[in-house]
Design a binder for this molecule. Structure first.
Ligand SMILES: [Zn+2]
Length: 404
């Protein structure tokens, strides 16, 4: 084997090829550092004499289906100049590692397109080895995303472990990268993120988020110049929740008055956008009947539909005007649920109107949360939170979330 193949295939540039051994499914390449590269660690002199040697083995990328091991002669030598005795430094593997850097790169390439379990089978090493290599790589490249150029972010929390435990994710809305992953959903969860924002000198202009008071407080305190934006999806959810509550109340009343319940089973029809109602399934007709019988529900439904036009307003002035009229109608309806929604919208109107200037939303984060769920499912039985977080930081680089 030529020394140039040793370099191009295995990253060994200073070695002589001594020979090959075949053992079962394994190819063992024996190498030794060329004399001219033995250099005193103290004075730099190359004038050295041998003082013993030992052999060490390193896993290297496979050749086809064969595993490859580099068996290197590690030399001890004495410096004739200063008299110190050294063991040569290994330049193709990290300290205390039993695999070459080329093997690390090979594993990382595999991990980008398959699970740890798959990579382990192909590479013929343990699950832990693959995980350790990937963890070091992720730590180095993804754990500290650059914040300096970041302008628009989204913050959202999501449940892990069926609602008992939460994680908070901050996303760069321009590049789609995860900027921060924290455990919990309190103001303290975001503290490390604010610290990094301050150090980076980032000038974040707008933050998309939901109406979670702890985060609102935290953003106001830590990014006093940034505009908070509640996106329309959260407002829509607020109104839909109100409508469902009203339907439940009215349903209970019907039962109490011994009436035949007509508003049973129409919850989804109420929440659907009117344009999406299916003609062939009589959805329109079914909804129409329920609304005709029930005036408060009808009122609430039409106001819900009307509110969607708020996001069609193209200036803050028009939006203000529109919301004012909507709130007046909600109050005039006398329906408590609607009045409550009107109050919430009024209290948050400036952050709702902010959407007109900064049309950002946490929508991209919702998509990411789905990927995280897949990651979590694949990682069942796997409890390393730090690793899980690193995988989330790197999630934009893989088409599918792979773990386990
Ligand atoms: Zn020396």
């Amino acid at each position: 084997m030529s020394t140039s193949l040793l370099y191009h295939a295995y990253g060994l540039r200073r070695h002589d090829y001594l020979g090959t051994e075949y053992k079962g499914n394994t190819i063992i390449l024996k190498v030794k550092t060329k004399k001219q590269y033995l250099q005193c660690n103290c004075c730099g002199s190359r004038d050295v004499i041998g003082r013993g040697k030992k052999e060490r083995e390193f896993r290297a990328p496979p050749a086809g289906s064969k595993q490859v091991i580099i068996r290197a002669v590690i030399q001890r030598f004495e410096c004739k100049h200063c008299g110190k005795v050294h063991q040569e430094r290994i330049d193709f593997a990290d300290e205390k590692k039993t695999y070459t850097r080329g093997f690390q790169r090979y594993i990382n390439d595999l991990c980008r397109v398959m699970t740890i379990e798959d990579a382990r089978k192909i590479a013929g090493v343990s699950w832990d080895t693959v995980k350790r290599i990937e963890q070091v790589y992720l730590q180095k490249h993804y754990s500290k995303p650059k914040l300096k150029e970041v302008l628009y972010i989204a913050i959202d929390e999501f449940a892990v472990q069926k609602g008992h435990k939460y994680m908070t994710v901050v996303m760069d809305l321009v590049r789609g990268h995860v900027l921060f992953v924290g455990e919990g959903k309190s103001a303290a969860t975001l503290e490390p993120f604010w610290k990094r924002v301050r150090c980076s000198g980032a000038k974040i202009q707008a933050v998309a988020m939901d109406m979670w008071p702890a985060f609102i407080e935290a953003v106001i305190t830590n990014l006093p110049r940034a505009q908070i934006v509640f996106d329309r999806f959260h407002i829509t959810k607020l109104v839909n929740d109100g409508l469902s509550e009203l339907r439940r109340q009215l349903y209970r009343d019907e039962i109490l008055l011994n009436k035949r319940p007509v508003i049973k089973g129409i919850r989804w029809l109420l929440l659907k956008n009117s344009a999406n109602l299916k003609e062939d399934k009589n959805e329109k007709e079914q909804l129409q009947q329920a609304l005709e019988i029930n005036k408060p529900l009808a009122m609430a439904y039409y106001l819900k539909e009307e509110l969607r036009l708020l996001w069609a307003q193209n200036s803050v002035e028009k939006a203000k005007d529109f919301l004012g009229k909507w709130v007046a109608k909600a109050y005039a309806s006398g329906i408590t649920v609607l009045k409550k929604i009107a109050n919430t919208l009024l209290a948050h109107r400036s952050v709702i109107f902010a959407w007109i200037k900064y049309p950002i939303s946490t929508g991209p984060l919702e998509g990411l949360n789905n990927k995280i769920k897949v990651l979590k499912r694949q990682a069942y039985g796997f409890r390393d939170n730090e690793f899980f977080k690193l995988k989330i930081y790197a999630i934009h680089q893989s088409k599918y979330a792979l773990c386990g």
